[in-house]
Design a binder for this molecule. Structure first.
Ligand code: TGC
Ligand code: FAD
Length: 390
């Protein structure tokens, strides 16, 4: 039975509305019931638990902030953040699947797509009957996506797409790929590539020690004919994909805080129960130091997330503020997971507890959606006005 008790040291619940708490409680209970009992086995086997897609869709985890006519529920960003927090409390791979579907596939179609594209794809993406992935990273262009080599050329009523993407979450099973590629004028555009288009393959990336419940793969385009109507008309340039990343990075700040909360909760319970030298290890000052610092850092991240959500609801948030929160929360969550693992001693390396799985997952999360150092440099650019990238 799932024993998770959510830490809320500063009574942040008082800052949430009833609707926020209701959605959070629904997702939390679903995670306890559907994710916790199976996730360790999925991770050990390195299998994506596909059976969870239906429940994720039914709870409205795919694109909740979209309006109802496109399958969303018009939820605010605090609700969205809380959903991500609860999902990643279960596992980063499950949150990844929801992040990609909502923030990286539905968001660009909603923001930059034609009405026909929105009608065609969004309701099915929200219902989980169509799954998507987001192709930006290439083998030679990760932190510097502007240098991408994937291109398309015009050919009548379609374009011909050539190139490849790497490290793409959901790629092995996705029905559509939202791909960013350069046109003949070197402008970056978004295209919707559908599984089954000739020359399009999605080989799976094997052997990961991290995010093992998430399916990762490549997108290979060998002269793929894509109808012109599949190009997103509303955006051109790197700001297209980067604005999608803003949406996903926001959710990650909340998500990894959920993973940290789970690690802290497991470590606190274990420390109270584990007896050494005839007393609970929670009584030792060094263990208390670890636990006290963990809850302090979690509380700071929770406050940051809440404030970021309010700014986002008010339309005032900046990309640099999101970068700061993503970076801080990932670093915090990794540190919490490492300390929790130490508190659990040898048990900490087993699948009896969620800690090692979170710890390994977080090594991906601190790298994808912009590495730890890239986010630091985004803050650096924001406060000095000088880009370290040029
Ligand atoms: P730079 O010259 O600064 O900007 C180019 C244009 O983009 C605009 N812009 C943004 N727009 C919206 N949001 C942002 N965060 C933006 N940052 C920049 C900028 O205003 C400019 O617009 P315009 O109109 O003047 O053209 O670009 P740069 O080439 O110097 O690169 C900047 C840098 C390094 C920060 C950026 O490239 C970056 O963020 N790199 C990290 C790449 C990254 O995060 N990749 C993630 C791939 S997707 C993924 O990992 C999914 S994992 C999903 C999961 O499983 O959960
Ligand atoms: P690199 O860019 O090669 O960076 C290597 C190191 O160099 C890092 O430490 C970095 O911080 C440092 N570095 C690079 N440039 C600078 C600089 N200017 N200054 C200082 N240091 C620098 N991508 C997608 O498009 N879609 C996805 O769905 C997706 N899912 C992913 C899932 C997983 C499990 C993983 C691991 C990655 C995923 N990614 C995805 C890719 C991810 O976004 C990239 O891995 C990430 O952006 C970093 O790129 P890179 O791995 O090529 O590292």
């Amino acid at each position: 039975k799932d024993q998770f008790r959510s830490p809320d040291y500063y009574q942040l619940d008082d800052l949430l509305g009833e609707e926020h708490k209701l959605v959070r409680s629904t997702v939390r209970q679903w995670v306890s019931r559907e994710v916790i009992p199976i996730i360790e086995t999925s991770a050990q086997r390195s299998e994506f638990p596909r059976q969870l897609l239906k429940g994720l869709a039914e709870m409205g985890c795919f694109g909740p902030t979209l309006p109802p006519e496109y399958g969303g529920s018009g939820a605010d960003y605090l609700t969205y953040g809380l959903i991500m927090q609860e999902l990643e409390r279960g596992d980063s791979g499950i949150r990844s699947t929801a992040s990609v579907q909502g923030s990286l596939v539905m968001h660009p179609i909603f923001s930059f797509g034609s009405e026909a594209q929105k009608q065609k794809y969004l309701p099915r993406l929200a219902a989980g009957t169509l799954m998507g992935c987001f192709g930006l990273t290439e083998p030679d262009f990760g932190s510097n996506p502007g240098g991408m080599l994937t291109r398309f050329t015009a050919a009548g009523d379609h374009v011909v797409l050539q190139g490849s993407k790497m490290w793409i979450s959901n790629a092995p099973f996705a029905d559509i790929a939202l791909v960013w590629a350069k046109d003949e004028q070197d402008h970056i555009r978004g295209l919707i590539v559908e599984r089954g288009m000739e020359g399009f393959t999605t080989p799976e990336t094997r052997g990961k020690w991290s995010l093992r419940t998430s399916a990762t793969g490549e997108l290979v385009f060998d002269r793929v004919k894509v109808p012109r109507e599949n190009i997103l008309p509303g955006v051109s340039g790197l700001k297209g994909p980067l604005s999608c990343l803003d949406a996903a990075r926001y959710g990650i700040a909340w998500g990894v805080t959920g993973a940290a909360m789970d690690c802290y909760d497991a470590a606190l319970r274990y420390a109270r129960e584990r007896i050494q030298f005839d007393r609970p290890i929670a009584g030792f000052q060094l263990v208390q130091k670890k636990l006290a610092e963990m809850i302090t850092e979690i509380t700071k991240a929770q406050l940051m997330n809440w404030r970021l959500g309010v700014l986002k609801n008010e339309g005032k948030v900046t990309p640099a503020q999101i970068s700061m929160a993503k970076r801080n929360a990932c670093q915090m969550a990794l540190a919490v997971a490492r300390e929790a693992r130490q508190i659990l001693g040898a048990m900490g390396i087993t699948g009896e507890y969620p800690v090692m799985r979170h710890l390994m997952n977080l090594e991906s999360v601190i790298t994808y959606e912009g590495t730890h150092d890239i986010h630091l440099l985004i803050t650096g650019q924001d406060i000095t006005g000088i880009s370290a990238f040029k």
